[in-house]
Design a protein. Structure first.
Length: 166
């Protein structure tokens, strides 16, 4: 599972080139590098599965998170392309998590006036996701039961993106 992420809460006009490059390097290039390094093992074993972690920021986004959204959008597009490149030796899919109880959420939630209200008002299932929620989705993609699934994305967000607005 390729999961790497740093956030950058700045809009595109305020983001420096160094900040932009760092976010792209970690969130996009890091996923590409991990995929490149695992490919020889996949070929030697006659197959395998890569699960990339992107973000719901690729389908809906917040203000002032341009570099992160761009990098995670790149992961989504790269996954589709690499699914073609790696086939038939391997499968590559991506998961788009919503708000997950991680250090990224800790920083984002700390900046929100009422994080509990934010969760209750925006997530249909009324709770943050957990790393286990994402891992369970990744297990599906990695399993033999998903042997004919490649190049797709799965939103795992407790219903966050199902809501148009409050």
């Amino acid at each position: 599972m390729n999961t790497a992420g740093i956030e950058l809460f700045k809009n595109a006009l305020e983001t420096s080139m160094a900040e932009w490059d760092r976010c792209i390097a970690v969130d996009l290039r890091g996923v590409w590098l991990c995929s490149q390094y695992v490919r020889p093992t996949m070929l030697a074993k006659g197959g395998g599965a890569i699960v990339n972690i992107s973000s719901v920021q690729t389908v809906q986004t917040l203000n002032s998170i341009a570099a992160y959204a761009a990098a995670k959008g790149g992961v989504l597009s790269m996954t589709r392309n690499m699914a073609l490149d790696y086939a038939p030796a391997g499968r590559i899919n991506t998961i788009l998590p919503g708000y997950i109880a991680t250090t990224l959420w800790d920083r984002y939630g700390a900046a929100a006036p009422e994080p509990e209200t934010l969760v209750a008002d925006t997530i249909a299932l009324k709770r943050l996701g957990t790393p286990l929620d994402i891992a369970q989705a990744a297990l599906v993609f990695a399993s033999d039961e998903a042997s004919w699934i490649t190049g797709i994305s799965l939103i795992v967000d407790g219903g966050l993106t199902a809501r148009l607005h409050n």
